[in-house]
Structures are given as C-alpha cells and as structure tokens.
Design a binder for this molecule. Structure first.
Ligand SMILES: [Zn+2]
Length: 179
C-alpha cells in the first residue's frame, strides 16, 4: 500500500497569499487546510495510506515529512501575482525524474478539471520557492498551484474552483493507487 503525505501549504502565522471576498480576507492557508481535510474525508475507498499534514512551525517540517516514510508528497498551495493572471502550475524537484513524471500527470488532471491556462511544469532548485520541501524530502514530491487566488473575487467562483481542485487531487491519488 502506498503512503501519501498531503501537505497544507503555509501556516497560521504566515498564511501565504490571499483574496478578499464579500469584504472578508480569505488566505491561502484557510484554503489549503480546507482542501486537505475535504480530500481526507473522501479518499477512504482507495487503497492508499493517506496522511494529511499542516504545521505551524516550519523548522522541522522536512525532517518530520521524512520520518513518515511516505512514497509520495503532495504539497498544496494557491498562487498569486497581480490579480489579473490566472492558470495552473505544478512544481517538482529539478533533479527528480519520478517527481517530473508525477508532475506531468498532476498537471494534466488539474487542467482537465479546472480548465484554466496551462502555465506548465516548473523544475525547482533548492534556492527556489518551495525548494526545500521538494528537494530535501525523501518521497517523490510535487507542489500544486491549481489557480491564482488573488484573481478570485466571488464566493461562487472560489467554491467551484475548490471543488474542482479537490476532484483533481482525488484523481491524482487514484493514479498513485493503481500505478
Ligand atoms: Zn503558497
């Protein structure tokens, strides 16, 4: 049975990017924690051993992830730039062939469900954003950026994209399960 760590990007103190919906700030961390919890509730029919993880202290995160002896790591994020850009990216370690292979599958599934611009795969070095979680962890690791959060200003649109992201990740887990 394959073990997969599904990581909620960012933390309470450093919640990542955000948008404002109905006058209320919605942070990236609000959404990554929601996303991993929703997926955790729905993966029980699969033959994978899913661990969801969120952490308020980053200093030991790589060590902790490695102590879980997982086969795969999927780190969940949302993107932001100038409130105009929209699209999907998947990041992987620039030296991991297996990471790239999974990133290709993940990007395809995200594009299929979300239907946004294909911003492509991003090979990541240790110095880049997401560098240590992708390059220092033992499992085959990818980092998902399904959509640009700062582009979203309506609750209905956000809920719709979140649901589609959830379904895409369930698809990715299904792929890992039967692989
Ligand atoms: Zn992020």
């Amino acid at each position: 049975m394959k073990r997969v760590v599904l990581l909620a990007g960012h933390n309470f103190n450093s919640p990542g990017c955000h948008t404002v919906i109905d006058g209320k700030i919605v942070t990236e961390f609000d959404l990554t924690t929601l996303l991993v919890a929703e997926i955790f509730k729905k993966e029980r029919l699969m033959g994978i051993d899913l661990i969801i993880k969120a952490r308020n202290d980053y200093s030991n995160l790589v060590k902790e992830v490695n102590s879980l002896n997982a086969d795969y790591l999927i780190s969940c994020h949302f993107n932001a730039y100038n409130a105009k850009t929209q699209g999907t990216e998947v990041l992987y370690s620039h030296i991991s062939a297996k990471g790239k292979e999974l990133a290709i599958v993940a990007q395809k599934k995200l594009l299929k469900h979300l239907g946004l611009n294909n911003r492509g795969l991003k090979p990541i070095t240790l110095k880049d954003r997401g560098g240590s979680i992708l390059n220092k962890t033992k499992p085959v690791a990818i980092l998902l950026e399904p959509f640009f959060l700062d582009h979203i200003t309506a609750k209905k649109e956000l809920d719709d994209l979140m649901k589609k992201t959830e379904n895409a990740i369930l698809d990715i887990l299904n792929y890992i399960d039967i692989k």
